[in-house]
Design a protein around this ligand. Sequence first.
Ligand code: ADP
Ligand code: G6P
Length: 738
Amino acid sequence: MGKTIIISNRLPVQLQISNGGITAIPSVGGLATGMKSVHSGGDSLWIGWSGLTNEEIPEELEDEIDDALSKHGSSKVSLTEEEVEGFYFGFSNRTIWPLFHYFLEYSEFELDSWNTYKTVNKKFADAILEKADEDDTIWVHDYQLMLVPQMIREKRPNIAIGFFLHIPFPSYEIFRTLPWRKEVLEGLLGSDLIGFHIYDYERHFLSSVRRLLGLEVSFNDIYKGNRIIKVDSFPMGIDYKKFSEAAKKHGERSPEQHSELQQRLNKHKTSDPDAKFLLSIDRLDYSKGIAKRLYAFEYFLNKYPQYKEKVRLIILAVPSRSNVPQYQLLKREIDELVGRINGEFSTVSWTPIWYFYRSMPFENLIDLYTSSDIAWLTPLRDGMNLVAKEYIATRTDKTGVLILSEMAGSANEMNEALLINPNNFEQIADTIYEAINMPKEEQQHRNEQLQQRLRRYNVEKWAQSFMNSLLAQKERDAAHVSKKLTDHHLQIIMDAYGNAKKRVLFLDYDGTLTGFHNDPQKASPDDELYQLLDAIHQQEGTDMFLISGRDKDTFAKWFLSKKYNMIVEHGVWISKDGEDFKLLENVKNDWMENIRPVLESFVDRTPGSFIEEKNYSLAWHYRKTDPDFGNLRASELTTVLTSLIGTDDLSVLNGNKVMEVKSSNVNKGRASVRMLGENEYDFVFAIGDDWTDEFMFQELPDSAITVKVGRQKTQAAYFVENTLKVRELLKSFMNIAL
Ligand code: ADP
Ligand code: G6P
């Protein structure tokens, strides 16, 4: 197995030039802090931006930069100032970041930034292509590099590519506002596996793929051309051991060994043992809800004045993206709010808010986590929020209360925390009150469970399960590809065809011989198809059956004069050599009176759907409906019908955007097998595209050559990609010299 190439905008360290030399400082943010632990343990190369623009780097420091990065297993992509402006400050952080965090009003749609984003993504892709071997695994990270997977795929069709989005994927209604929405989706779909923190983001993504690209999605598989892309959720964990051990060591230190910050915290604690610290740590970002948190704190102090002089809020805000105007405005707003609240409530011995605007060394983070009675995190929207997890990991004696916004991805797995809506000040004030007064045993009980989960599903497990899933997906794809009808297989089939004395072919119609139309009546055969079918029909020793779920009148109109053999309504009727249709199965249709009103009620409630009435079955078509809504209604209808038909002799078939109710003893498998009994066939062939054709694939003998159209799961021996390939196959049958 080859190496893993991690690629993200940020590297584990950021380089700075000071006093004519290079210094490397650790990067902040969930992606870098999380992946750092994964990277340090394995055989991987990390490619990213050094944090310096080309213009900032003097020529004589070039080598030093490469050396500094290679110490961290990293290699750089060089960016000019203009590229950083358009790609990083521009499209990444003025368009995608606000849009994906539901700050639609902050999103700017600038063509120039988009173009730079494309150019820079290409640079990253080229950097990978330069280093990647065929058996390597590429893991692309986050919203800055969404076009990279497809750019690599174009050059390396078989290499394993995974993508993980560290921020939310917004609902379709938000995502559709992006002018370059399709290009972004296409870019991501170059991956084999696309990961999100939680199921909600995954669901939003799948919905956008279905609606904007019209691709078929089955559970969490996306079918695109001859590839299957898997989408799944992997909630990112933390390096639990690193935090809990650092906290343990911290607890063992004598007061003299404490940091300056810790000594200041101790002093405050000893001066009033009842005093409580509330802690919040975030990058200074509008998505983190820092301003709302300050208003809520003010609200709390007014609602519960008994806590004045008792409770102190420590806010650690890390400078972030300060070239983006919204971040500058936010900085000003927070400065003012902190000033105003401190001005309003401070007393001689008490300042309600301690505000730090800077990055802190790891040791100080641990000081803050271990000294705070409550961690209070109120993002308005956050992909995951690792700070919440880090706080819990440092609570070695299991005390401490976490108050966490429901809008953070981590809230999904941290149910034992006190979850709040960051917009509900009343609820927040009461929750702070509850946290301050929570008995120690309850704190410990809650944290015990949280810690167990965080310890188990740590960042290493997260990375492992992503990687395992990526490799499994690659294997699955390879197994699937082995079913692909190749030229080699085709040759063997043709030889068997030519050598056989008596051949039978079962050909499904819609989705196989012809593509789908919104109106089934419009999918009439074209001239080319007639020519093909005529030629095969006239072959000596070949019996050709069109086998379809269609009604007999439509097929009679299209094919009766051609004298093709036809089996319709899934096997209810048969016509041979141009004779009128006869019943092949003894079926009843008196049940229709009861089922029709049910289907009609679904038509009324599902715009675009309609009923097709056949002699012995009823079909509800939903191809023209909104895809998500249609699927939802279809599963609702399955439940209703299953309970209605009970033990009756009826069954429900889920076809391609159609649900059909019909007698259970009728299906294409049974009908085709009956035909085999009528002759000594030594070549049996069946082809079809949907679920109803699977009956044939299952029931025909093992020696039969069965072919699925499309890449979905199948019992067939082979697959071809689309109806064009079906035509090519039939042409080969037509042209064979017999
Ligand atoms: P985001 O990725 O949006 O910044 P997360 O909460 O997921 O938010 O991750 C933040 C990461 O950055 C955490 O691992 C945290 O420890 C680290 N971090 C946050 N604040 C600081 C700081 N002041 N100094 C150093 N590291 C910080
Ligand atoms: C979030 C993003 C990361 C990003 C980090 C810090 O965690 O998901 O991709 O690196 O914030 O932001 P910055 O803009 O400084 O890289």
